[in-house]
Design a protein around this ligand. Structure first.
Ligand SMILES: *Cc1c(COP(=O)(O)O)cnc(C)c1O
Length: 418
């Protein structure tokens, strides 16, 4: 334990992305908290206020002329976000658009990609995933006069297991594939931190003629994703978790080129998805923009886009490959520290770095909800799920190895007291 703790300063000094911590406002009263809940709400970049203020000032100065004359004109504002957002998820720029919020985008994407026909009509998803995805899927089934009982296949771990096994998912796709129309999988399980092997699952789905969609809420800005190369059909994600783009910030949306470029791909349309050259002729006929932009409904809110622009710039500067490399090391360091604390502490997340993101879910024997308060008094913010699971997310952009060392020694103190 002591030699483990002593490694932190050296690991920090060797960290090639350590300077990005200074780009963020670290919450705290006298001293910054060791903040381990970037999987829930990412921190505010220092440059965000300036970007948001620029929009406010231009609106004040220019009124409607700001659409074209603002320092960053509002008419094409969302296009500033497309390139850096595409980098974050490994997509081509015209496969990505920033719009709406996550669950709203899931609905829009399912309107395009859940197309039950004949006996190929079921949806495969996690049995214990995030509730919003489940509600969205169940309501889509109803919209198509299907029901969860017959048409939803829910993946569950084997009895006694916490994690799903990759081969079990493949086996379900193989066995039930003929009746499955669409898969909607969370790239990282929000509770266990398990990351799924999206490339292989997309391939298995396609062999059976199944459309493969992903919810990247816990994947975007966390994993090194390659949506285009992996052949994922569609994806959506929020920007307020790992992407640090403000509470409830605007969401991302990915539609693979093979669908996005085809004007025949069905969709729920709005005027902002219409050909930009002729949009203001106010034609009756919808002529979609080629690419993911053709799924936009409304003229977008510029203020939250300004916040997202600030945070995506930081991702571009740091680079997902460097961030992921640090993340693997940082989470590995945390795991090593936790394992030194004895039998009361067990890590539920997968051990293999390529089967998890930065988050470790940890069961602590005898832990209670009020421990959150005890941690906070000692300067640590983390997340607790009943009955005894903590979720710890060391984020490579702003968490240091010293944060992790402090967390583990504070946990050790609490364990000794109770
Ligand atoms: C955080 C999260 C959501 C939240 O949905 P919003 O529409 O952004 O409120 C949905 N699904 C998953 C898997 C999440 O992790």
């Amino acid at each position: 334990m002591n030699t483990w703790i002593e490694k932190a300063p050296q690991l920090d000094s060797q960290d090639p992305v350590r300077s990005f911590r200074d780009e963020f406002i670290l919450p705290g009263d006298t001293e910054p908290y060791r903040y381990f809940v970037g999987n829930s709400l990412g921190l505010q970049p220092k440059r965000t206020a300036g970007y948001v203020n620029e929009v406010l000032e231009d609106w004040g100065r220019l009124g409607v002329m700001g659409h074209f004359d603002a320092r960053h004109p509002w008419f094409p504002y969302h296009e500033n976000l497309t390139g850096p957002m595409a980098e974050v998820v490994g997509a081509l720029p015209d496969e990505v658009v920033v719009m709406n919020t996550l669950t709203a985008n899931l609905h829009l994407l399912m309107a395009s990609f859940y197309r039950p026909t004949g006996s190929k009509e079921r949806i495969l998803m996690l049995g214990d995933g995030f509730p919003s995805d489940r509600y969205a899927v169940m309501s889509q089934l109803r919209l198509h006069e299907r029901n969860a009982q017959d048409h939803l296949i829910a993946l569950k771990p084997r009895t006694g297991d916490t994690l799903l096994r990759h081969e079990d998912i493949l086996e379900v796709i193989e066995r039930e594939g003929a009746s499955i129309a669409m898969i909607l999988l969370e790239s990282v399980h929000y509770r266990t931190g398990q990351a799924f092997r999206l490339k292989e699952l997309a391939e298995a789905a396609h062999e059976q003629g199944i459309v493969f969609g992903v919810d990247l809420a816990h994947g975007a800005g966390n994993l090194h994703l390659k949506l285009h190369d992996w052949g994922v059909d569609f994806a959506a994600w929020c920007s307020y978790k790992y992407l640090n783009a403000s509470p409830g910030g605007l969401a991302g949306c990915f539609i693979h080129q093979k669908w996005a470029k085809d004007p025949q791909t069905p969709r729920l349309a709005g005027w902002w998805g219409h050909n930009k050259e002729t949009r203001f002729r106010m034609d009756w006929n919808f002529d979609p923009i080629q690419g993911a932009d053709g799924w936009q409904l409304s003229n977008p809110p510029i203020l939250p886009m300004a916040a997202l622009r600030a945070s995506l710039e930081i991702f571009h500067e740091a680079g997902m490959d460097r961030l992921r490399a640090k993340s693997v090391q940082l989470t590995g360091y945390l795991e090593e520290g936790l394992r030194s604390l004895g039998e009361r502490v067990s890590v539920l997340s997968p051990t293999a770095p390529d089967e998890r993101g930065c988050q470790l879910s940890v069961r602590i024997e005898g832990a209670q909800a009020d421990w959150i308060g005890r941690f906070k008094e000692k300067g640590v913010v983390l997340d607790f799920r009943e009955p005894d699971v903590f979720r710890l997310a060391p984020v490579p952009l702003y968490n240091s190895f010293q944060d992790v060392a402090d967390l583990v020694s504070i946990l050790q103190g609490i364990l000794q007291e109770s």
